[in-house]
Design a protein around this ligand. Structure first.
Ligand SMILES: Cc1cc2nc3c(=O)[nH]c(=O)nc-3n(C[C@H](O)[C@H](O)[C@H](O)COP(=O)(O)O)c2cc1C
Length: 216
């Protein structure tokens, strides 16, 4: 196979920027916000798309994309169906990982920590801001369950549309937000010759963030 058409032949030299100890904030959430700002400024498509990895007690991992909806001083918030596969795995094991890949900036951010449900009032607040169609969608989809066919969803949409009529749609109790409270965050910046910069923040038992450099 021609070297340029093979998968193994796909390679890119990273050269946009560096990431040095002097460049970063002591607090990884503030550092994340700085990189987040850069991601917004560089008009990356869906910079809020992040991979969420979970594991059940069997130890088998699973991963999927979810959308970041808020960053606060405690962590990273997203919304989903609490009875989905991810929801069930989170109930079994609350330790999860998040991953952002912002290829236009040659950056990756790896986050690990414990996940918790956000308070119900905050889930309500977000649910009520969603378009009506998405609210009906949340009621209509038993996320991750095997369903007969597409018609099943269409029928559910008709059923809930008629059930709620013109009234406000309540949040289903099986749908809401989670927050990932990090104890480890790594910022990765691509560099030439595969000698990338990796700065790893680890939360110590005294609740202080230590920064260490990892070999690429
Ligand atoms: C760009 C993108 C954004 C997504 N955002 C969400 C989200 O915010 N919440 C969610 O539950 N699923 C989201 N999904 C769907 C999930 O990837 C996944 O299919 C779904 O949550 C079921 O996962 P599970 O069966 O592992 O629980 C998104 C998918 C893509 C590709």
């Amino acid at each position: 196979m021609n070297k340029h058409s093979s998968i193994a032949g796909i390679r890119k030299e990273y050269q946009l920027q560096s990431l040095l100890e002097n460049d970063v904030d002591d607090d990884p959430l503030i550092q994340f916000k700085t990189w987040w700002k850069h991601a917004l400024e560089s008009k990356i498509d869906e910079p809020n798309a992040m991979t969420l990895a979970t594991t059940s007690t069997s130890g088998k991992p699973s991963a999927r994309i979810v959308l970041l909806k808020e960053i606060n001083q405690n962590g990273f918030v997203f919304f989903t169906n609490y009875k989905s596969r991810k929801g069930n795995e989170i109930t079994e094991n609350p330790f999860v990982a998040l991953l952002f890949f912002w290829k236009e900036l040659e950056r990756q951010v790896r986050i690990e920590g414990e996940i918790k449900k956000i308070p119900t009032e905050e889930s309500d607040q977000y649910f009520f801001q969603r378009p009506r169609e998405s609210q009906i969608g949340a009621w209509s989809s038993p996320q991750s369950r095997v369903i007969e066919n597409r018609e099943f969803l269409n029928e559910n949409v008709l059923k809930y549309t008629s059930q709620f009529g013109i009234h406000n749609i309540p949040r289903p109790d099986f749908w809401g937000g989670y927050i990932v409270e990090p104890d480890s965050i790594e910022f990765w910046q691509g560099r030439p010759g595969r000698l990338h910069d990796r700065l790893h923040y680890v939360l110590t038992e005294h609740n202080i963030w230590n920064i260490e450099r990892l070999a690429p």
